[in-house]
Design a protein around this ligand. Structure first.
Ligand SMILES: [Fe+2]
Length: 225
């Protein structure tokens, strides 16, 4: 598998390019509009054809189109079945499989961070957007449902094998990769004693940092258009 993690220093967003080089096909996960030229160059360099653009979640529908990527490559935009975003694309639900050559991406329905958020599991790699950030959650966005997020992470993600590699949608103080085993032991948010404690802590964060909400949303909106 050809695998590249692309970091955007302005928003700390992480985008992923995965490809079956033998078959000459690729997928991009959560690209920024500003990365279209870079991604097209990366595809050309390896002689890869982009078949899908996968979105883990959408905060701002207007920013969630493919940009240049889909029209210029013929790739399909894929997003969660329950995403309220009014965007043209293929909707996928829990258990759906997306194929790209020999690569298979299994959809895990994980609402909470944003309505209709999903994660994609490709072999031992979990592409989880902002549903599971490494060790902590500093940003609480206005459209986040903390109870729903807790259930998704606890019951859908932290049940995966310890060695599953976690590739988040943003870095945490420069850390860009983790594992389910590490997050189960160390993630401050999800080692809260209960769902109620997690929800209460999230609400406290919102109250303590009301000024953060808009900036977090803007950062997310720009990062995850
Ligand atoms: Fe987000």
């Amino acid at each position: 598998m050809y695998f590249r993690q692309i970091h955007d220093s302005a928003s700390n967003a992480l985008t992923y390019l995965l490809a079956d080089e033998e078959a000459g096909v690729a997928v991009v996960v959560d690209p920024l509009r500003s990365q279209a030229t870079l991604i097209l160059a990366m595809l050309a360099e390896r002689n890869l054809r982009l078949v899908h653009v996968l979105r883990t979640h959408v905060h701002q529908p207007a920013r969630a189109e493919c940009g240049e990527l889909c029209p210029s490559t013929g790739a399909t935009l894929i997003l969660g079945a329950d995403s309220p975003a009014e965007i043209e694309g293929t909707r996928v639900e829990e258990g759906s499989e997306i194929r790209c050559g020999a690569l298979v991406f299994r959809v895990i329905d994980t609402p909470g961070h944003a309505p209709g958020s999903v994660c994609y599991l490709c072999g031992d790699r979990l592409l989880c957007g902002d549903t599971l950030l490494i060790e902590n959650r500093d940003n609480v966005t206005a459209d986040e449902d903390p109870g729903c997020l807790f259930d998704s992470v606890k019951h859908k993600l932290l049940i995966l094998p310890d060695e599953t590699l976690v590739f988040p949608g943003h870095d945490t103080r420069g850390r860009t990769i983790s594992s389910i085993g590490e997050e189960r032991r160390r993630n401050i948010a999800f080692t809260q004693p209960s769902r109620e404690a997690f929800v209460a802590e999230t609400r406290r964060k919102r109250r303590r940092q009301p000024h953060m909400q808009e900036s977090a949303l803007i950062s997310h909106g720009l990062g995850k258009w």
